[in-house]
Write a protein that binds this ligand. Structure first.
Ligand code: GLA
Length: 727
């Protein structure tokens, strides 16, 4: 209550313009983080601090001088005036000039359902440009989300050459950048690098599939020189934008590091008409003094409570038809798979690619995209027949679509050649035998919405849609945009977002997976509408351990699709034990992606057992806090655990990744997040004989965190899962 009163009081105070409170200081605070801005006498707004929670009034005394080599840490640096570095905002006016100088006008904070939103109004008086910097502070999660609104208050159009969402600066002895990169079936590869003088850029120019190269997120370890799990200052950032993005790290001669994050300006000199406002995507920030672990937990909690469409809802355990049937199926194949899914205790069947197209049947990836009518030869009784059969067996039913795409071999390509993206005076390049449709065009937006809407009309029993996107943009050109091609990359995604708004208005409860050749669209922009991501087409459990570890640095487990597939693995050809595959897939949203008919009786028994036990603890994964026990990248053993917010239950996953002579004697894991004084009963899952001597007994959290918890993991692929319940 006291806290609420304080927040209300602070809100009222900060709303008074030029009140008795020192209006020179603008303080954006969460429970443990502060971002402090200050207004200099000339009206320029500087960032003085981002990090630990501080008493911001003391910053009023800090002198703000122009440095010899730079203009310092401006809150939203604009090209012009004394500013020489990379700007957040770079405008070119109709008369050709490039100079913008933003000055403070006012600021205020409002509180809505516990979220404190501070708006700082800046203006270039001469050119009548207003910039609203908007900071949403989430107190309990220690997350601040910043975006900007750029308003052209002048009478002539302006061209936006750079229009970042956020610019935050740091001062530390060293800056270690950790970020992920990767391509198809090799997503989420973690890399660390010390940032020296100069610029490091992480970006996408792919137009679509913006994370199948690098992810718009990072961790920055300040002053420690290494990414530590439980100690040290770590800042995490993630941009919520699904199109081309740029994260820029500028280490300047004065020792500062400025991080600029936003839409990639590449081929996107965006015209802003007189009177028009442009809203940038949100940049998500958190700061932790307890290493990467705390930074991840902050983001996960924030995502579940405030950002995700379904906020950590339970996911049905599914069987997906892709690796078990590919394009080669009939209705009977699918009905049998539904029977098998039901008999294994699964909860949903998902019909993947291959169900549509008649003039150009979708029997391979060479034809059919765009023609979203049920293939009459494969499925003469339609989708409704399969979906209602699934429901009769107690399963939900899902279906695959890729509505942004078209195969040249399709009725759609013939009917609407003008919808295809690509330069008409050159070859129309294909990727996976397909072209991409121009979502900047409202007619295409209507079509894409219509694909979803019509598919939903195929049966009232459709509960889930897997939305795929299997190519990038090449040689871009939009017939709709004519001579304003620089709008394309931005308006493609504004178009997609408006389609998703329409879909969610009509279908708020349908689960939608965001897939893009695996993990080509894993970012917070899409996640306001989608319920889960398909992490990677690489389902090899050993590869997945590292990918899921890297995913967990920024994204919560409740969105992470992780499936058990067959061996030899279809991507890596590796053979791993079925239990190991389950123990890895159970870290996230569990599914199976195989042909059940090929499983032996013994394997089926293990499947039923693992599925049954997952049902008893999956709520811990989907709503609990994640603690990583080491890193799979620098140790032969790795563990991770989830703990419910009230610390009454936990699930612990442990793995041996490489043979180690001592593994059989028991590898110590120091469990975390437990209540030291409470006793927890430890139960290993899915085995008749446990690999830890303490199985079935109860121990204090302190004991379990001491290193005494040491399951025997004798060989590569040994794994064990334990559920802990407070007594
Ligand atoms: C992509 C997806 C797969 C599968 C195929 C279907 O590659 O990542 O999961 O849906 O498309 O063509």
């Amino acid at each position: 209550m006291r806290k609420i009163l304080m927040i209300v009081a602070a809100t009222l105070l900060s709303l008074l313009p030029g009140s008795a409170r020192d209006s020179r200081i603008i303080s954006i605070e969460t429970d443990n983080n502060s971002l402090v801005l200050a207004v200099r006498e000339d009206g320029s707004v500087y960032q003085l601090h981002y990090g630990a929670r501080v008493s911001s009034s003391e910053f009023a005394a800090v002198p703000i001088r122009d440095g010899r080599y730079s203009a310092g840490s401006l809150a939203y640096p604009a090209a012009g005036g004394r500013f020489l570095d990379q700007p957040a905002l770079h405008l070119q006016y109709a008369d050709g000039t490039h100079n913008t100088e933003l000055r403070y006008v006012s600021h205020g904070t409002v509180s809505t359902q516990g979220v404190l939103t501070t708006t700082v109004n800046l203006q270039d008086e001469i050119r009548k440009i207003t910039v609203r910097l908007i900071y949403e502070a989430y107190p309990e999660e220690d997350v601040i989300v910043e975006h900007a609104e750029i308003v052209n208050g002048g009478t002539a159009p302006v061209t936006m050459l750079d229009y970042a969402s956020s610019a935050i600066s740091f001062r530390a002895d060293s800056y270690l950048l950790s970020h992920v990169h990767g391509g198809w079936a090799k997503e989420m590869q973690l890399e660390h690098e010390q940032l020296g003088f100069g610029t490091k850029v992480i970006e996408s120019r792919r137009g679509a599939q913006n994370t199948q190269c690098a992810n718009p997120s990072f961790l920055l370890s300040l002053g420690t020189g290494e990414l530590r799990e439980n100690a040290g200052e770590v800042v995490a950032g993630a941009l919520a934008w699904s199109g081309n993005y740029e994260l820029r790290f500028d280490r300047t001669v004065d020792g500062r590091l400025t991080v600029l994050a936003g839409i990639n300006p590449f081929s996107s000199a965006y015209p802003l008409a007189a009177g028009q406002t442009f809203r940038t995507p949100g940049m998500i920030w958190t700061w932790s003094q307890e290493g990467a672990g705390r930074a991840s937990r902050n983001l996960h909690r924030w995502a579940r409570r405030h950002a995700l469409h379904s906020g950590g809802q339970m996911a049905p355990i599914l069987l997906n038809s892709w690796e078990g049937a590919y394009f080669n199926f009939t209705a009977d194949t699918i009905l049998r798979m539904i029977d098998d899914a039901a008999s294994m205790g699964l909860e949903m069947f998902v019909l993947d690619d291959g169900w549509f197209g008649n003039n150009h049947p979708r029997n391979s990836d060479a034809a059919g995209l765009g023609d979203w009518q049920v293939n009459r030869r494969k499925l003469p009784k339609g989708i409704g027949h399969l979906a209602s059969y699934a429901h009769s067996k107690g399963l939900k039913f899902g279906i695959w679509i890729e509505p942004e795409m078209v195969n040249p071999k399709s009725d759609l390509a013939r009917k609407h050649p003008e919808w295809v993206v690509g330069s008409r005076d050159r070859e129309l390049y294909e990727t996976r035998n397909q072209w991409i449709l121009d979502l900047s065009n409202p007619a295409v937006q209507d079509f894409v919405f219509g694909v979803f809407d019509d598919v939903m009309k195929l049966s009232p029993d459709i509960d889930y849609v897997k939305w795929d996107c299997n190519r990038e943009v090449l040689s871009f050109w939009s017939s709709y945009l004519g001579d304003e091609q620089d709008r394309f990359y931005v308006e493609y995604y504004q178009g997609l977002y408006s389609v998703m708004d329409r879909i969610r208005a009509k279908y708020p409860d349908v689960m939608i997976q965001c897939c893009s050749s695996g993990g080509g669209r894993v970012e917070y922009g899409e996640l306001s509408w989608f319920d889960e991501i398909w992490t990677s087409d690489d389902t090899d459990a050993m590869e997945r351990i590292a990918m899921q570890y890297a995913t967990s640095l920024i994204y919560p487990a409740c969105i992470m699709g992780s499936h058990v597939s067959t061996v030899p693995n279809h991507q890596t050809h590796a053979v791993t034990p079925l239990k190991f595959r389950f123990d890895v897939a159970c870290q996230g949203r569990l599914g199976l992606e195989l042909q059940p008919r090929l499983l032996s009786e013994e394997e089926l028994a293990l499947v039923r057992r693992c599925v049954g036990s997952y049902k008893t603890y999956r709520d811990i994964i989907e709503t609990g806090d994640l603690y990583r026990l080491g890193s799979p990248l620098d140790s032969d053993f790795y563990g991770m655990m989830y703990v419910t917010p009230d610390r009454s239950r936990a699930v612990v996953f442990t793995y041996c990744l490489e043979f180690d002579t001592l593994g059989g004697e028991g590898h110590p894991f120091r469990l975390e997040g437990l209540d030291p004084g409470r006793k927890y009963k430890v139960t290993e899952q899915n085995v008749d004989r446990s690999c830890w001597w303490g199985d079935g007994a109860s121990f204090t959290g302190a004991f379990l965190s001491s290193g005494a918890f040491a399951p025997s993991l004798p060989a590569r692929y040994s794994s064990a899962v334990f559920v802990l319940e407070a007594q």
